[in-house]
Design a protein around this ligand. Structure first.
Ligand SMILES: Cc1cc2nc3c(=O)[nH]c(=O)nc-3n(C[C@H](O)[C@H](O)[C@H](O)COP(=O)(O)OP(=O)(O)OC[C@H]3O[C@@H](n4cnc5c(N)ncnc54)[C@H](O)[C@@H]3O)c2cc1C
Length: 384
C-alpha cells in the first residue's frame, strides 16, 4: 500500500462514494478508506431521496439510470402522514424515490467506485487521528499506520474524527436527533409505493415511520430531537418507545400481530443541518453527516451527503488546478454547498422549530391537507 496520495477520502458512504466518483477523471491519486468491510449495514430509514439521483445524473447520467433500475430497490411515489388526532393525508411526491436497504445501496455505490475509478480502496481501516501542517495532511489509523495527502475529504459520518478535530462547531442538543430502526416482516396494511409517517401527542417532537422494502420486509423506526428527550424529567428511551408503539399503540399494534422482527433494533444519531456551520478549512472539507447536513424536518441525508461529496470533489480539483489549499480558497466549497441546499435547510429548520413549539399544528395541517389542490402546491413548494 502506498502511503502518499493527492486526495484521501475518509468514509465510503454516499458522501465518500460521490466524491470518489466525481474525481474519477481528475488524474489525481485518490484513496478511499473505510473502517468497515463492505457490504456493511448503516442504521437508516432506507428511503433514498429523489435528489440523490439528480446528483448521480450530474456525475454520470448512465449511472443515474442504472441507479433507478437498481433491482433491489422499491419505488415510492407517496408519503402518508398521520397526525396525532388520527387524521391522514397523502402527498404524491414530484420526484420519484426508492427504498433500498442501505447494506445493498451503499455496497452498490461503493462497487461503482471499485469498478469505475482508479481510486485505491482500503477497507477495515479506522482513522484515529489527523494532523494538518502547511504542506500535508497526515492521517493516523488505529493499526498504527499513517497516510499522507495534500487534501482530505472527510465523509466519516455522524461521529467524524475530522470534524471533532478541526471544526469549530460544537455538536449540541439542538442539532442532534436520535432514532432507532428495526426490520420486520409480514406487517399488515402495507401499501406498495407508500411511505408512512405517524405522529403521536406524547412522543413529540418525533415520528414513527413504516417504509416498505422488497420481499415483504419493512423498515420501521422512531426518531426524536435529543433536546426534547433530555428536557423531560423522564428521558425517552427510544427502544422502549418503539416497543410501546409496535405492541401497545391502538392505531399501530394490530398491524404487527403476525409480524416477525428480522434483526435486532439499532440506534444512531442524525446531525441536523440547523446551524449551517463552516464545513472546510486549510486542506480539509467535511461532507454529509460529518458536516451536519441532514434535513431537519424530514430526516433525509443521503441526498445532501451525495451533493456535498460531489461538490467537495469539484473543489478538490480546483485546488490542484490553482495549487491553492488554504482555508480562504477552499471556502468556495462552503459557498457552493449552501447555495445549493442552504435555503432548504433554513426553511425546514423553521418548520421544525414551529412544529416543536406547537405540535398541535400538525392536526390542523393534516385536516387542511385533505384539500388536494393545496397539497399539490405544498409538494411543489417543498420540492419533495
Ligand atoms: C435512524 C436513521 C434513519 C435515517 N433515515 C434516512 C432516510 O430514510 N433517508 C435518508 O436520506 N437519510 C436517512 N438518514 C440519514 C442518513 O443515514 C445519513 O444522512 C447518510 O448516511 C449520510 O451519509 P454519509 O456518507 O455522510 O455518512 P455514512 O453513511 O454514515 O457513512 C460514513 C462512513 O464512514 C465510515 N467511517 C466512520 N468513521 C470512520 C473512521 N474513523 N475511519 C474510517 N471510516 C470511518 C463508516 O464506516 C461509514 O461507512 C437516517 C439516519 C438515521 C440515523
Amino acid at each position: 500500500m502506498n502511503n502518499s496520495y493527492d486526495i484521501v477520502i475518509i468514509g465510503a458512504g454516499p458522501a465518500g462514494c460521490a466524491a470518489a466518483l466525481t474525481l474519477r477523471e481528475s488524474g489525481l491519486t485518490v484513496a478511499i478508506i473505510d473502517k468497515e468491510k463492505f457490504p456493511r449495514d448503516k442504521v437508516c430509514g432506507d428511503a433514498i431521496p429523489g435528489p440523490a439521483f439528480k446528483v448521480m445524473h450530474k456525475i454520470n447520467p448512465l449511472w443515474a439510470d442504472e441507479m433507478k433500475e437498481f433491482t433491489l430497490a422499491h419505488k415510492i411515489k407517496t408519503g402518508q402522514v398521520t397526525a396525532p388526532n388520527g387524521k391522514t393525508m397523502k402527498l404524491d411526491w414530484v420526484t420519484f424515490s426508492y427504498n433500498s436497504k442501505r447494506i445493498d445501496f451503499d455496497n452498490y455505490l461503493f462497487n461503482l467506485v471499485k469498478t469505475e475509478t482508479s481510486a485505491t480502496i482500503i477497507e477495515s481501516k479506522r482513522l484515529k487521528d489527523i494532523s494538518i501542517d502547511k504542506n500535508h495532511v497526515t492521517c493516523q489509523f488505529t493499526d498504527n499506520s499513517a497516510i499522507q495527502a495534500s487534501i482530505v475529504i472527510a465523509c466519516d459520518g455522524a461521529n467524524s474524527v475530522v470534524r471533532r478535530k478541526f471544526s469549530e462547531e460544537v455538536t449540541n442538543k439542538d442539532n442532534i436527533c436520535t432514532a432507532v430502526r428495526a426490520y420486520y416482516k409480514d406487517v399488515e396494511g402495507i401499501q406498495p409505493g407508500v411511505n408512512e409517517f405517524h405522529f403521536f401527542t406524547d412522543l413529540a417532537p418525533g415520528y414513527f415511520w413504516i417504509f416498505p422494502l422488497e420481499n415483504g420486509w419493512v423498515n420501521i423506526g422512531f426518531g426524536i430531537l435529543q433536546k426534547k428527550s433530555d428536557n423531560t424529567k423522564k428521558p425517552i428511551n427510544l427502544r422502549n418507545a418503539l416497543h410501546q408503539i409496535v405492541n401497545q399503540m391502538p392505531s399501530i399494534s394490530p398491524r404487527f400481530k403476525n409480524a416477525t422482527l428480522m434483526q435486532e433494533v439499532k440506534g444512531f444519531g442524525l446531525p441536523l443541518g440547523v446551524n449551517q456551520n463552516s464545513v472546510s478549512g486549510s486542506r480539509f472539507m467535511l461532507c454529509g453527516d460529518a458536516a451536519s447536513l441532514i434535513d431537519p424536518l424530514q430526516g433525509h441525508g443521503i441526498d445532501h451527503a451525495m451533493t456535498s461529496g460531489h461538490l467537495a470533489g469539484i473543489q478538490a480539483i480546483k485546488c490542484f488546478e490553482a495549487d491553492k489549499f488554504d482555508a480562504s480558497f477552499i471556502k468556495q466549497y462552503d459557498q457552493a454547498l449552501y447555495a445549493k441546499i442552504g435555503k432548504e435547510l433554513s426553511r425546514n429548520t423553521f418548520f421544525l422549530r414551529i412544529g416543536s413549539l406547537f405540535p398541535w399544528l400538525l392536526n390542523i395541517a393534516v385536516t387542511i391537507g385533505q384539500n388536494q389542490r393545496l397539497i399539490e402546491r405544498i409538494v411543489r413548494f417543498l420540492k419533495i
